[in-house]
Write a new protein. Structure first.
Length: 302
């Protein structure tokens, strides 16, 4: 009898503890404000506002990004130079650095909706030269004051998808065109990999951003550790040209087995699906991909 009573007491205590444990809440939406407590501390916490909900970010909480985790402080210190100059993060719709700077001298080309020839199926309902909004997904615990303290925080941009055939590979400048004029550097979506370390592409020229290897924003880079730019068959994909023998067109089609660290070039005729967003640089609207999958078998001719 005593054993039964003891078991009931333990069960009651366990259920009471579970009932007292704060329930986790998940919220997601556009980041409308962001603040870091101590910019000079690498592990500083801060706060964000998701829609209208304030969320506390505890010190040391990693922020999950498309290319891997960042500290909360790095969301500010790794921002594009123009955002740093304006003391903005560039992650909030109200930030002025999200649009290209005005050039009243007339030397730089200006992007306009009417002149943009990117297929409309790839564009926002209202194409713009502003960077895509930042979307937060937060899981945390709500305090007695109603404020949510984050336990998990991930940030991404409002992703757009580009899919179709690669119609041109610009090996000199390190970009692709998707669904343009076959064999001609015109039309379609001009697609670049957000690859600031130059692991899978070497980039320059048309529509380049101001950070490493033409990146417009290194915080939303592709993941090179787990290769988010890859073939459906599993091989890491690359853009031929500046990488030399590490990524050469002659390696397609693949015959036999490749070393696990080998890269396979993307060629004209390959079919791809990419996730990322459009940004305007020097008057050119470029699709910057943090994720790209090549559906063509690397053992076949594209």
């Amino acid at each position: 009898m005593s054993a039964l009573v003891t078991a009931l007491v333990f069960a009651l205590c366990a259920s009471t503890a579970q009932a007292q444990r704060p329930a986790e809440t998940t919220v997601s939406g556009i980041v409308t404000a962001i603040h870091v407590d101590q910019l000079d501390r690498s592990e500083s916490g801060g706060s964000i506002v998701v829609g209208t909900q304030r969320v506390l970010i505890p010190p040391g909480l990693p922020v999950q990004m498309p290319g891997g985790p960042l500290t909360f402080t790095e969301l500010f210190t790794l921002a594009p130079a123009r955002c740093l100059e304006l003391h903005e993060s560039g992650l909030v719709p109200a930030d002025g650095c999200r649009r290209p700077p005005r050039d009243d001298s007339g030397r730089s080309p200006v992007w306009t909706i009417d002149a943009d020839r990117t297929p409309r199926s790839y564009l926002d309902p209202e194409p713009t030269d502003e960077a895509p909004p930042t979307i937060a997904r937060v899981t945390g615990v709500r305090g007695a004051d109603g404020v949510l303290t984050a336990a998990v925080l991930s940030l991404n941009r409002t992703d757009t998808s580009v899919w179709g055939a690669v119609t041109f590979v610009n090996e000199d400048e390190g970009y692709l065109r998707v669904n343009g004029a076959l064999g001609v550097d015109a039309g379609g979506a001009l697609l670049r990999i957000n690859d600031p370390e130059g692991r899978q592409s070497v980039q320059q020229g048309t529509g380049c951003g101001q950070q490493g290897n033409c990146s417009p924003d290194v915080r939303f880079k592709a993941n090179t550790a787990t290769a988010t730019v890859r073939f459906e068959a599993g091989y890491t994909a690359c853009i031929p040209g500046g990488l030399g023998t590490a990524c050469q067109t002659a390696s397609r089609p693949i015959r036999g087995l490749l070393d696990g660290n080998a890269m396979v070039p993307i060629l004209v005729g390959d079919h791809v699906t990419a996730q990322g967003g459009f940004e305007v640089h020097n008057g050119v609207r470029v699709f910057w991909a943090h994720t790209l999958e090549v559906h063509t078998s690397p053992a076949q001719e594209p």
